[in-house]
Design a protein around this ligand. Structure first.
Ligand SMILES: [Fe+2]
Ligand SMILES: [Fe+2]
Length: 474
């Protein structure tokens, strides 16, 4: 179904036929814009940004590019179309038709799932709101803003579900989503990783590579939900998410590229000399990777979780690519391998698969992160540099789950408090590392120019040249 842009709220859900819902969302719209103006990208309201907007939800050619002022971006409600007689693909309701309405018994759980997902979307916009001031190029600035407006639209997607299916409670949750603030002591965002700061562009690229990838895995498992409007919302969000992952992976890749080039020019791997030359040494990049990987790992929750089992059994949240997995899709008999700590050693143990769904989703995500790291490693390899990036052990620097009370080295050895205190400066960014990275952040806003610490991308956005005016200031 085509997107109707003649409406106040662009949509492909025939919003005009439900006046009550339309009015409620039109009432939320100005509150959303107030939030955007207050908490969205700083000092950017009048900039014209070369943004992509969805014109249809068809997999081919849904994107349209033009310069728009971000407050005028057409945020709206887009769901992938219904697929005929869709059946529930897992859990106790497997084989029954998917639900178009929320079953009473799952109402509060589904609302919680939608609110938790919805809360991450504005949170990341808030975390990234200062970055525009220190962009390494107009190309990067445009990508940041693209990510920001799409996270804003993801909030719209979740608020639509709350308004359309959860009545008054849903409308109240919709308002609360605009009231919480990332990092606020009194009214923080729901999940810890979304209350961390994104203080510099290296953190931004790591965040979009790693934490947006958590988003991908959460959305993919919700795209399997028996609650069909949620499934179809998440499917469309996933198509937008792919660009966020690209921004992160290529961003870090370009930093690695630049550092390796300077290493070859200066014939050195000495961090002091490399910092003197204004690039980020590879061990510091590894520390940022360790930090973001471990903090994001926590988002999957405890290894063993009865909540995750219930979500699955009730058909609310499936596994990654549920329908492609060759098993009974009920997990009554199957087991899954998780870590176990015994006698100061980390081993593995088989547990009922149903109880280990958080761990399974985390493992799927790790495989995907690892593939990206492997692609990064081709850069030093190609340039004849010995360094290779390595993901730390799952137990490293964790705050949630079985490793929360332990200290684990990146290699996966349980260590003492003293050993941790001695070594963590080699494993996660120190204040000094952060200050150094921060010192590199200066605004580069001349078309075609890039900051010294990052290589230009291989190609522009939508086949535009690198010196294209991706953002116009007035
Ligand atoms: Fe998102
Ligand atoms: Fe995202």
């Amino acid at each position: 179904m085509a997107i109707d842009y003649s409406q106040k709220i662009p949509n492909n859900v025939d919003l005009a036929s439900n006046k009550t819902l339309q009015r409620a969302l039109e009432h939320w719209q100005p509150a959303y814009l107030d939030w955007w103006n207050e908490m969205g990208p700083e000092k950017s309201q009048t900039a014209e940004v070369y943004l992509r907007t969805a014109v249809s939800v068809d997999p081919s050619g849904w994107a349209h590019f033009e310069h728009v002022k971000m407050p005028d971006y057409r945020w709206g409600i887009f769901l992938t179309p219904t697929e005929g007689e869709k059946k529930i693909s897992f859990g106790d309701h497997k084989g029954e038709p998917v639900w178009q309405e929320v079953p009473g018994e799952y109402r509060s759980t589904l609302r919680r799932i939608i609110v938790t997902q919805g809360d991450t979307e504005p949170a990341s916009v808030e975390q990234q709101r200062h970055l525009g001031q220190t962009c390494p190029s107009l190309y990067d600035l445009r990508n940041l803003f693209q990510v920001n407006v799409e996270e804003g639209r993801h909030l719209w997607a979740m608020v639509y579900l709350l308004h359309a299916h959860f009545g008054r409670d849903g409308r109240e949750e919709g308002e609360a989503l605009l009231e919480r603030r990332s990092g606020d002591a009194d009214n923080p965002r729901i999940l810890t990783a979304f209350n961390e700061k994104t203080p510099d562009w290296l953190s931004f690229f790591m965040f979009t590579f790693i934490t947006d990838r958590d988003g991908k895995y959460q959305l993919a498992s919700l795209a399997e939900s028996a609650f069909d409007p949620l499934a179809r919302s998440c499917k469309f969000m996933l198509t937008e998410e792919a660009h966020h992952l690209f921004v992160g992976e290529s961003g870090v890749g370009r930093v690695i590229q630049r550092t390796c080039e300077v290493m070859n020019e200066l014939k050195t791997d000495d961090p002091v000399k490399l910092r003197g030359a204004g690039v980020i040494d590879l061990p510091t990049l590894q520390k940022y990777l360790n930090f973001h990987f471990s903090v994001t790992s926590d988002l999957y929750g405890s290894e063993i979780s009865s909540n995750a089992a219930t979500y699955y059994t009730n058909g609310l949240k499936g596994r990654f690519e549920e329908t492609k997995i060759g098993d009974d899709h009920q997990l009554k008999e199957t087991s899954y391998k998780v870590n176990e700590v015994a006698n100061d050693n980390i081993g593995t143990i088989e547990v009922p698969a149903l109880s280990a769904l958080n761990e399974r989703l985390r493992d799927d995500w790790i495989t995907d992160v690892q593939a990206g790291v492997d692609r990064w490693n081709r850069i030093p390899e190609k340039l004849g540099i010995n360094f290779r990036f390595k993901l730390p052990h799952k137990g490293f620097h964790r705050k949630i789950g079985m490793f929360a009370d332990l200290h684990v080295s990146p290699e996966g050895k349980i260590i003492s408090e003293v050993e941790w205190a001695h070594n963590h400066k080699n494993w996660i960014p120190t204040e000094e590392d952060r200050l150094y990275v921060h010192s590199l952040m200066g605004r580069v806003s001349e078309p075609g120019k890039f900051a010294n610490w990052i290589a230009p991308p291989a190609r522009g956005i939508n086949n535009q040249p690198l010196d294209f005016q991706y953002v116009r200031f007035s």
